[in-house]
Design a protein around this ligand. Sequence first.
Ligand SMILES: NC(=O)c1ccc[n+]([C@@H]2O[C@H](COP(=O)([O-])OP(=O)(O)OC[C@H]3O[C@@H](n4cnc5c(N)ncnc54)[C@H](OP(=O)(O)O)[C@@H]3O)[C@@H](O)[C@H]2O)c1
Length: 273
Amino acid sequence: MPPVPAFLYGTAWKEDRTAALTELALRTGFRAIDTANQRRHYFEAGVGQALAAAYRAGVVPRADLFLQTKFTYQRGQDHRLPYDPAETLAVQVAQSLSSSLEHLATDYVDSFVLHGPSSGYDWTEADVEVWEAMRKERDAGRTRMLGVSNVQLPHLEQLAATETELPAFVQNRCFARLGWDREIRKFCSERKIVYQGFSLLTANPEAMQHPPLINLAASLNATPAQVVFSFARAVGMLPLTGTSSAEHMKQDLGSLDLTLPPEVVRAIESMAG
Ligand SMILES: NC(=O)c1ccc[n+]([C@@H]2O[C@H](COP(=O)([O-])OP(=O)(O)OC[C@H]3O[C@@H](n4cnc5c(N)ncnc54)[C@H](OP(=O)(O)O)[C@@H]3O)[C@@H](O)[C@H]2O)c1
């Protein structure tokens, strides 16, 4: 199995442009794709079209890709549900993943993520049922790994207290003012969970406009976005970008070649919280 690539290309909010932009991302060099079976924000079948086009053109084979999708509770969906809401949650999980595998024309994904717990704070009985159903899917080989998203520390602590297995990934919106999600990142790093950070640019306008960060970027001949992505990687995150711009795709991947001195990493980590 290939290792997890160092950057995830996110496919949310692209609607009719999903296929073209995802194909462009693959052609530009992204090898990991994040989607969700949540038609309200993602067009997963469009991701599948991009994959098919990339395979046909010989850009990349399936085996060299990391594909991640999500199960979303009904309250996070609109009317276009990928499962029968009258079924149990366990069946909904199986139906959602079957539909994802069909959209992506594959017989396994690399990561299957619970899009968000059922309650804002607690790991509920519903989450326990969903997590067990997700583990069954992993055991059946329909996903290699499992993840959870949009979690607070109590969710993770309560999940851990159920003595089930922990996720391989936590995917969260990463706010600089919360020390770049310091508490959750600490929980993750202590347990070898990979932290995936999204909205690194959009959630942090204060960081992006921070004069020392702007000056640092200029001195490195890099953009502030590249510095943020490089910083993210330096503190152990797996960053996501959902850029729609060909230029930004190249710049984002270019951040992989940027190495920040440790004192700079420490300064950015503590700049806003
Ligand atoms: N689990 C969840 O609940 C959840 C929630 C939100 C997002 N996500 C995932 O994370 C992915 C990324 O979402 P995001 O919230 O981080 O926002 P995003 O879609 O990456 O948006 C980034 C914004 O920053 C701009 N930008 C400016 N310079 C950029 C640069 N160099 N590189 C990249 N963007 C640049 C982009 O504009 P341009 O397009 O012009 O570059 C865009 O408007 C989503 O597609 C989705 O897969 C998951």
